[in-house]
Design a binder for this molecule. Structure first.
Ligand SMILES: *[C@@H]1O[C@H](CO)[C@@H](O)[C@H](O)[C@H]1NC(C)=O
Ligand SMILES: *[C@@H]1O[C@H](CO)[C@@H](O)[C@H](O)[C@H]1NC(C)=O
Ligand SMILES: *[C@@H]1O[C@H](CO)[C@@H](O)[C@H](O)[C@H]1NC(C)=O
Ligand SMILES: *[C@@H]1O[C@H](CO)[C@@H](O)[C@H](O)[C@H]1NC(C)=O
Length: 432
């Protein structure tokens, strides 16, 4: 999730994710549902078939950890400000955190403190205990391919912490979706890309950016998929989070996706304990079935086994200022769209980000002196279960995020404690 999209009014905030099978590939890796490996090398002319998903992806994003977002951890950004020269403005993204602190030693200390405390082993244990099966782990390109042109820490500073996260996931039996969340010169201009502002991925040193992204994906795959100590925990690799096709163009991203998928698959060792499913974000193209030409003969992705990732938020334009019933109806429509795209594209769809945040004209959203806490909790549970019902018409869902400071609609952990989310993530009795 990105703060910029909270503030902007761009109209392409319709999203979903898909996990799919290609015409020459065996089905995707879904927990318990498909085989644990795919045979992407076997050629078959048979029409792909889809097993009815008896086991759905139900997970949380581990956001705010390796890419900082101010709205998720405001206090952290105030700390960064205090580490800069007197009079520094408060930073707004990871880029400005680094330029504000402007001191490698201090920045290293600051970031290491965060990496070792934002999430700890007990979070993974709890995520498993409450019945979730998957974590999506956003990681930045600069961990794997740093550049002197960027202010981030280089040298793989995050690696020991990312490694620890995957080891914990493995220990507790959680599937990991490794999600490349940023790209050189930004794929969307959002804070979640590391750098608010221009969408420069294609037009500012585009070939270098693409090569650096590929380099980072290869390094990430070799490090976290091929090493047997992770025991095959990485079941999915997302090529790039939320590229903005309205700026980058669907053709360009299709080309990037095709190359990246091939490069990732090529980096997986033949004896690796998992063969991760490639995940491609929908690039904010709506409806999802619009990806049809890309998966058709000559489209570029026709032979690529992937699942589509879509993100569905209700708090941003054009979905803001709606009645609760409109939000519910839109959620049903999202479910229809996901089911239709799964059939049309012959690819699975996963909703890799959503939240409880609403922009309702007629419903209580957390703080209201006239509405009881139990009514607010019930409304949120209804909205949650209506959403998960829709998303499970595809491959499943991953909430954004596990943790956000003082922000119940965005924090699974806190919303669960407040009974806004059912204790059993498969519960549907309150779905509308
Ligand atoms: C960053 O620190 C260097 C010295 O290490 C200094 O020369 C430079 O002016 C600082 N930049 C800013 C923006 O404060
Ligand atoms: C980053 O990627 C570029 C382009 O492939 C490559 O030339 C460079 O060596 C890579 N840097 C690192 C640190 O891997
Ligand atoms: C809701 O609509 C009103 C009236 O059109 C407008 O003034 C307000 O800014 C809108 N609120 C949001 C959150 O968009
Ligand atoms: C929601 O959908 C139902 C059923 O299609 C319809 O009757 C109703 O008018 C819709 N409500 C809104 C607010 O769109």
């Amino acid at each position: 999730m990105a703060k910029l999209s909270l503030q902007s009014s761009f109209t392409c905030l319709l999203y979903i994710a898909v996990l799919f099978t290609a015409t020459n590939a065996s089905p995707l890796l879904l927990p318990g549902l498909f085989a644990t490996t795919t045979t992407t090398t076997s050629k078959s002319t048979a029409t792909p078939t889809f097993a009815a998903t008896s086991s759905k992806i139900r997970g949380v994003n581990l956001g705010g950890w390796f890419i900082l977002e101010q709205w998720m951890s405001p206090t952290l950004f105030q700390q960064a400000q205090s580490l800069g020269p007197a009079g520094s403005p408060e930073p707004t993204d990871q880029w400005s955190v680094m330029t504000t602190i402007n001191n490698t030693q201090k920045a290293t200390q600051f970031l290491q403190n965060h990496w070792s405390s934002w999430l700890v082993e007990s979070d993974f244990q709890q995520i498993k205990m409450i019945g979730l099966n998957t974590v999506r782990l956003p990681v930045p390109h600069w961990t794997f391919n740093s550049s002197a042109d960027e202010p981030y820490l280089g040298g793989g500073a995050e690696l020991p912490y990312i490694s620890q996260a995957i080891l914990w996931a493995s220990k507790y039996g959680l599937d990991v979706m490794l999600d490349m969340h940023t790209a050189p010169n930004s794929q969307n201009g959002f804070d979640s890309s590391g750098h608010i502002g221009a969408v420069g991925f294609k037009d500012t040193n585009g070939p270098v950016n693409a090569a650096r992204l590929n380099s980072a994906l290869v390094s990430m795959t070799k490090t976290f998929v091929n090493d047997p100590k992770y025991n095959g925990a990485v079941k999915y690799i997302e090529v790039l989070n939320e590229p903005l096709c309205s700026s980058l163009g669907a053709d360009y991203m299709t080309y990037i996706y095709q190359n990246a998928a091939s490069i990732i698959n090529g980096a997986v060792a033949s004896n690796a304990r998992s063969k991760p499913q490639i995940i491609l974000h929908d690039c904010f193209i709506s409806p999802l079935s619009s990806w049809s030409p890309a998966v058709s003969s000559g489209g570029g992705l026709q032979n690529v086994a992937f699942a589509l990732d879509t993100h569905r938020y209700h708090v941003f334009a054009p979905r803001n200022n709606m009645s609760l019933q409109q939000h519910i109806n839109l959620t049903h429509a999202d479910g229809d769209e996901i089911a239709q795209a799964t059939n049309t594209l012959k690819r699975q769809v996963i909703t890799g980000e959503f939240s409880l945040a609403l922009s309702c004209t007629d419903c209580p959203t957390g703080v209201s002196s006239t509405t009881s806490a139990s009514d607010i909790a019930k409304l949120n549970r209804q909205f949650f279960e209506t959403q998960t019902t829709a998303y499970e018409r595809g491959a499943g869902w991953i909430f954004w995020s596990w943790k956000a400071d003082n922000n119940l609609p965005w924090s699974y952990k806190d919303a669960l404690a407040a009974n806004w989310i059912p204790s059993n993530p498969a519960e549907k009795s309150l779905a509308l």
